[in-house]
Design a protein around this ligand. Structure first.
Ligand SMILES: [Zn+2]
Length: 251
C-alpha cells in the first residue's frame, strides 16, 4: 500500500468504526516545537536521566535542583501552539468521528486545539499542588514564586513544597489513566499517533481496542498487530486525512 492508499484506508476505517479514540504521544507535538524525549541523539532523556531529574525521589531529595532542571522546559511548553494533527483531532471529535483523546503529553495542546474529551494520563501544567496539604493552585503561581526567587516554591497555607500536577517517575498513575482504560475497553478503533508505545502501562492500552491504527515516524512494538501502519509525520497525515474526508483544515 502506498501513502495515498493508506490515507484512503484510514478515512474508510474512520467512517465505518465511528466513534474511534486517539492515543497520542510526544511524536504528535514535535511539529509544535516540543522535543521528543526518546529520539536517539536529540531526545531530551539521552541528555538528562529522567530517574534523576523528573522523579519523585529527585523532588523529595533536592526540590530546588528539581525545579532548576525542569521548570524552564515546562514553562516553554506554554508558548507552543497546536499543529494540524491536534487541530484535526479536535475537528474529528466535532464531526462525530472521534469520541476522545487519551494523551501521554503534558503540553496541553489538545485542549488548546479545542478537543473537548481529553484524558491527560500523565497530568498537565495548568495546576500544581502542595506535597503536604494537597491544596491546589494555578501552575502560574508556582512559576511566579520561582521567578521571584523562592526555590523551591512553597504552599502559602502550610509551607509545604509545591509540585506540578504531572505524573513523575515513581508516581502512581493518574485517575485519568484508569478512566481511559474503561472508555477504551472494547472500542471499535484506536488511532495511535506519535507514540512509540514503550512506556507502560500506557503501552498496554492498544490491546483493549478491537482495531488499531499506528501513525508514527518510527516502528513500534504494536506494528505487527495493527490494522494499518503509517510511518509519516502526524501533521501531514492528518492534513491529508481531512482532505480525504472532504473536511479540509483551514489554512
Ligand atoms: Zn500546603
Amino acid at each position: 500500500m502506498n501513502y495515498h492508499e493508506q490515507i484512503a484506508a484510514l478515512a474508510d476505517l474512520l467512517k465505518t468504526c465511528r466513534p474511534a479514540y486517539a492515543l497520542t504521544g510526544a511524536g504528535i507535538s514535535t511539529e509544535s516545537g516540543i522535543p521528543d524525549f526518546r529520539s536517539p541523539g536529540t531526545g531530551l532523556w539521552t541528555k538528562y536521566d529522567p530517574m534523576k531529574t523528573a522523579s519523585l525521589t529527585a523532588l523529595r531529595r533536592d526540590p530546588a535542583r528539581f525545579y532548576e532542571l525542569n521548570l524552564t522546559r515546562w514553562t516553554s511548553y506554554r508558548d507552543c501552539r497546536p499543529n494540524n494533527a491536534h487541530l484535526a483531532l479536535a475537528r474529528l471529535e466535532k464531526l462525530g468521528y472521534l469520541a476522545g483523546v487519551i494523551t501521554q503529553n503534558i503540553d496541553g495542546l489538545h485542549i488548546k486545539a479545542g478537543s473537548q474529551r481529553v484524558w491527560e494520563v500523565h497530568g498537565h501544567l495548568r495546576t500544581c499542588r502542595c506535597t503536604k496539604c494537597e491544596s491546589v493552585y494555578p501552575f502560574d503561581l508556582l512559576v511566579d514564586l520561582y521567578k521571584s526567587g523562592q526555590n523551591p516554591p512553597l504552599c502559602e497555607k502550610c509551607g509545604g513544597v509545591l509540585r506540578p500536577n504531572v505524573v513523575l517517575f515513581e508516581d502512581r498513575m493518574s485517575d485519568e489513566f484508569f478512566t481511559a482504560t474503561q472508555v477504551l475497553s472494547g472500542c471499535q478503533l484506536l488511532i495511535v499517533v506519535g507514540s512509540s508505545l514503550t512506556v507502560y502501562p500506557v503501552a498496554g492500552l492498544p490491546q483493549l481496542a478491537r482495531r488499531v491504527v499506528i501513525i508514527n515516524r518510527d516502528p513500534t512494538s504494536w506494528d505487527e498487530h495493527a490494522e494499518l501502519v503509517i510511518r509519516h509525520s502526524a501533521g501531514q497525515v492528518f492534513t491529508d486525512l481531512m482532505a480525504a474526508l472532504g473536511e479540509p483544515l483551514e489554512e
